[in-house]
Design a protein around this ligand. Structure first.
Ligand code: ZN
Length: 273
């Protein structure tokens, strides 16, 4: 009997743990996740609507169409990874070199980003990275950890995150440390902790595969990251701190994924061209 009850206790524990776990696409990493897609998406949509009401939206036809094309193609590829997502892609009229993702499929790109992502393939590398944050449920994971660690509820966590958009100088910027934003983090304000750095690396890894599967040349991801390295180099040294993710490291990592991504790209090309 004792053995039996031990077995049932173990089974129960396994059941509990597996119900609080989801699997990250591409990497296959198991993550702790107690948050429902629907609930997190609902709150993100509210945050995104708030951003849209606070930050001017670009009416530039060329960039909007480019983002719409890229967004549609990549989001179709990831349907199985996040079937409930309601994808939306918005160009914000700010000269900041940045983009962000929110759960539920809300992607924002700042006009300034087109300085480093100049072609459709290059933009695809950024959008694929942002979509990867969404399908990898990075916000769910962060909220789950916050909840488990401190009992802070989801609403409070997201509430703190909604305060995210912060005015820096004369431009509205997205708080890099906020819970809900998966930032592409370029520029001086990105002071990320280890958790964020790991998530950036994972989104790079997943993103290059996504873009390739959508028929975009993975070499474009390398070009964008090279421009980010150049931008970082040109920043004054005091804008860094030790936790700033190194674009050089990210560039090296991307080179390591290139062969695998090119195989996917060659397959996808037949479909898209
Ligand atoms: Zn990111």
């Amino acid at each position: 009997m004792k053995n039996l009850s031990t077995v049932s206790a173990v089974l129960l524990l396994v059941a509990l743990l597996s119900s609080a776990c989801t699997t990250v696409p591409v990497t296959g990493r198991k993550q702790f996740n107690t948050q429902s897609d629907v609930k997190v998406a609902e709150m993100s949509i509210a945050a995104f609507e708030q951003m849209k009401s606070q930050i001017p939206i670009s009416q530039d036809v060329y960039y909007n169409e480019m983002l719409r094309n890229v967004g549609e193609r990549i989001s179709q590829q990831v349907f199985a990874d996040m079937p409930l997502a309601e994808w939306e892609f918005v160009v914000f009229d700010q000269q900041e070199v940045n983009a962000f993702a929110m759960p539920g499929g809300k992607i924002g790109v700042f006009l300034g980003l087109f300085q480093v992502a100049q072609t459709e393939d290059e933009l695809a590398s950024v959008v694929a990275h942002e979509i990867a944050h969404v399908t990898a449920r990075h916000t769910h994971e962060r909220l789950s950890q916050m909840h488990a660690a401190s009992g802070v509820g989801t609403i409070l966590g997201i509430g703190a995150a909604i305060a995210g958009p912060a005015v820096i100088g004369n431009s509205v910027s997205v708080n890099a440390g906020s819970t809900i934003m998966g930032l592409y983090n370029i520029g001086a304000q990105g002071q990320l902790n280890t958790w964020d750095q790991a998530k950036e690396a994972e989104a790079d890894r997943i993103g290059i595969m996504y873009m390739a599967r959508a028929g975009y040349d993975p070499n474009a991801a390398i070009r964008v990251m090279e421009r980010m390295v150049e931008m970082e180099m040109s920043l004054p040294q005091n804008n860094y701190n030790s936790t700033h993710p190194s674009s050089v490291e990210r560039l090296n990592a991307l080179h390591g994924y290139l062969d695998e991504a090119m195989v996917e790209y060659e397959k996808a090309k037949e479909f898209y061209f």
